[in-house]
Design a protein around this ligand. Structure first.
Ligand SMILES: [Zn+2]
Length: 346
């Protein structure tokens, strides 16, 4: 039985740090585990160009713990007005790694998102030429498409076409939630990969909806049936290079989730790596955790692996019921639950 695992320090390829006071909590939490984090650009005023990204990066770095080498990797938010120049300047900057597509209205702070994906073809072409990464929030937002089907419809309606038209565009399908997404990515070429969150590996929609509604498990794309959860676990723990860690950790003060119209997003950075360890251990796949957490993402983004290492030990502990956040508190993912794995702090 494995009781300890040392691995190359992992990276988080999808996180929401927010801004302002939230950075007091989110930046040290990210720096505790990760070498680098891909910082989502959906602020209230989205990160639309290199200047926005530069200033946001500076605000983030002011909160980095003194002894930390952690680095934020910045992302531009695609809007209907994104220009080719925005993309070429992003590439030149050296600190912007990717460009994120949100369909307008898909999730938290996505009101400035793209209204018609086809109109972005010249921009996709520029992203391909620049060798930046295109990150997709892969859901359609039509009111007549059931919320549980929105990811699968996005793949059929949009992703197949983008793949055909831009065969060498490097695409990450973010936070996949369905068997259709896992299989599509798996069967596709080396230009397509996917991130998987801890909540979509640990839970299915019964956990959120049966026996009472649990707003702290509400995230987007929404948790699906258990057959999809099983397929995600299989994909993540399979050893395939096409899947890697992206927590999608997204804090909200508890009042905004425990509400008549609650916000989407789960905060998981209190146990970011332990959650994955739990899943890999249960799947008898601890030997694949390092590739998923520390290698596959860096290789896809064409970045060097981190030099430092971290160690997980098998040591039971209980997740806190709440965490102070922005003068209030947030309810962390799996609050009050016991975990078997723990990061050993130096
Ligand atoms: Zn996200």
């Amino acid at each position: 039985m494995v009781n300890q695992l040392t691995l190359i320090r992992p990276d988080d390829w999808h996180v929401h740090l927010r801004d302002g006071d939230a950075l007091d909590t989110t930046v040290p939490a990210a720096a505790k585990y990760f070498g680098r984090s891909i910082i989502m650009p959906n602020l209230k005023l989205p990160v639309r160009n290199v200047n926005d990204a530069l200033f946001y990066r500076q605000r983030i770095l002011r909160h980095r713990p003194k002894d930390s080498q952690w680095l934020p990797l910045m992302v531009l938010y695609l809007t209907d007005d994104t220009s080719k120049k925005d993309i070429s300047e992003a590439k030149k900057s050296g600190f912007v790694q990717a460009v994120k597509y949100y369909p307008a209205g898909a999730t938290t702070n996505s009101a400035s998102g793209v209204t018609q994906l086809e109109r972005l073809d010249p921009i996709f072409n520029e992203i391909q030429e620049s060798n930046l990464i295109l990150q997709l929030h892969g859901e359609v937002t039509d009111q007549n498409i059931d919320i549980f089907d929105r990811e699968a419809v996005f793949i059929d309606r949009h992703l197949r076409r983008i793949k055909e038209k831009f065969p060498e565009l490097k695409i990450v399908l973010e936070h996949i939630t369905t068997s259709q997404a896992a299989q599509y990515v798996e069967e596709n070429d080396q230009y397509l990969a996917a991130t998987i969150t801890p909540q979509h590996l640990l839970y299915n929609r019964n956990d959120m909806l049966a026996g009472g509604i649990r707003p702290h498990l509400y995230c987007l794309p929404i948790l699906k049936r258990d057959i999809h959860q099983k397929e995600l676990i299989r994909a993540a723990t399979s050893g395939s290079k096409k899947f890697f860690l992206g927590t999608d950790s997204a804090p909200h003060v508890s009042e905004t989730k425990e509400s008549a119209c609650g916000c989407a997003g789960c905060f998981s950075h209190h146990a970011a790596l332990e959650f994955y360890a739990e899943v890999f251990d249960q799947a008898d796949a601890m030997h694949h955790l390092e590739a998923f957490a520390s290698i596959n993402g860096a290789q896809f983004y064409q970045l060097p692996l981190n030099k430092s290492k971290i160690t997980l030990v098998k040591e039971p502990w209980t997740i806190p019921e709440e965490i102070p956040f922005c003068g209030s508190q947030l309810i962390p993912l799996a609050a009050g639950m016991a975990l078997n794995w723990k990061l050993r702090l130096p």
